[in-house]
Structures are given as structure tokens and as C-alpha cells.
Design a protein around this ligand. Sequence first.
Ligand SMILES: [Zn+2]
Length: 268
Amino acid sequence: MSDDYYRLRSTQIAEAVAADTPVIICLGATEQHGSHLPLGTDTYQVEELARSAIKFLDTRGIAALLGPSIPFGPRQFQCEAPVDFPGTIAISNKTMQQLLREVCAELIRHGFRRLYIVIGNAESDAPAQIAAKELSEETDAVVTTVNWMVVITELYQNQISFQTPQGHGGAGETARILAILPELVDLKASRAYHPKIPASNLDRDALPYLGGGIGRYKLPPDAFDDAFEGIVGAPAEATAEIGRQLFAVIGKWIADVIAFEEGLWTGR
Ligand SMILES: [Zn+2]
């Protein structure tokens, strides 16, 4: 996991506050990702996305700080509910909301005024939105959630095309871990799996964290059979090069969002 924040000294935090530096807080997870990916997959990915965004921001003259990460999130029901896979450490929606709220409140107490919460675990989106809304209402800080999963398909569709739909532990996540921590990926242990649900263009809109109008947090129990190993998609479609492209394209989108917000609040 990232130790960027922990490497800083208190005096450097004071300097960052004095420079009115925006802070990125990454929401990861400690969660099973099938037989081929590590439990820290979501945290590793989101921190790398934040670093990619920070590089793009730097080219625009905006210095952002990679703040503390939260490596836990609520249970991913769609992929955890059918089977209890070992390793996942999930926290409740309420704890997620309160933990994030208190971590952000500490950053605000130290003087940071713009916090960007980058979602790396889809299930953290709803609690993060509530925490961000309350802190923005109650303090003079601006707390913004940034969920790239809403736009990811549009972002990469011109560059990357997977053969089959990809979800939790699928080719997208596998490609990103191959790009940064290939030694932690056991592609030989992976098998493709697609739940038995009708293919429909409603599927994307049915995921609440994608901003859809339909809130479906579970799939019907008969969507999964005995071959289900905790992932959705075809990890074998992943390559490290695709992972690098994904980090670049998503990192740029995150940077665009942050740059827009920074312009709004600071005029720079
Ligand atoms: Zn994941």
C-alpha cells in the first residue's frame, strides 16, 4: 500500500497547507479478487490512479498531495454474497461513512480546504457521498467525490476493446495490477466467469454507483453457479500494456475533474 503520506514530515504538511494544496484521499478495499489477484487490488489501483492524476495536474501547474488512503470498504455484494470467500475484511456502510468523515475532518482541522475522495471500491461510493456532503455543509472546506467508474467505458472504448463484459476481478482490474505489481498476479489460476443474467444495455445503468436510475445491489441467486470463483469477466484478456493505458486515460479524467474544481474555487 501507499506510504506517500506517512513519509511526509509535519513541517511538510504545514507547507502544503500554506500553499492551499488540494488533497486526494483514496478509498480502497481489502477484498477477495478471485484466484489470481491480491486482496489489496482496489487499494493498489486507486493509489496508482491518484498518482497518474497528480502527474497530469502537475503539467497544469497544480500540485496535489496524495493523502492517506482508507484500505477498507463495505462488502461487494454482487460478487461476495453467493460464496463466503476467505480474506475479505469488510466494514459496514455506517463505519465507512464515519471513518471517512473523521479522517477528512482531521485534514480539514490541519487547514486543508479542498479534499478529493477518489473511489477505488464501488461500494464505498454511497457512504463517501454522504460524508462529503456533510463535511461540505458543516465546514468551510469543499469535499468532492470522484468516481471514475461512472465514465470508464466511454473513456477507454476508443482505445481498448475487451471481448466480453468485465467486472470485479475481470480484465480491467487484472490489467491494472499487471501494470504495477505483476509479481502479485497469478494469471494461470484465473478462469473466465460471466453470471447468467440477460445481456442488456440496462446492466450499466442498474449499478447504483454508476449513477444509474435503478439501484440493484444484488444479482438473483441463480445468476451464479458452482463454477463461480468470485470474479466476473475474463482475466486472460488483460495485458500490462492495457493496464498502463487505463491508468493514463482514467488518471487524466480524474485530473480534469480536479483541475475544473480547483479553477472553480481558487481561480487558478
Ligand atoms: Zn476491485
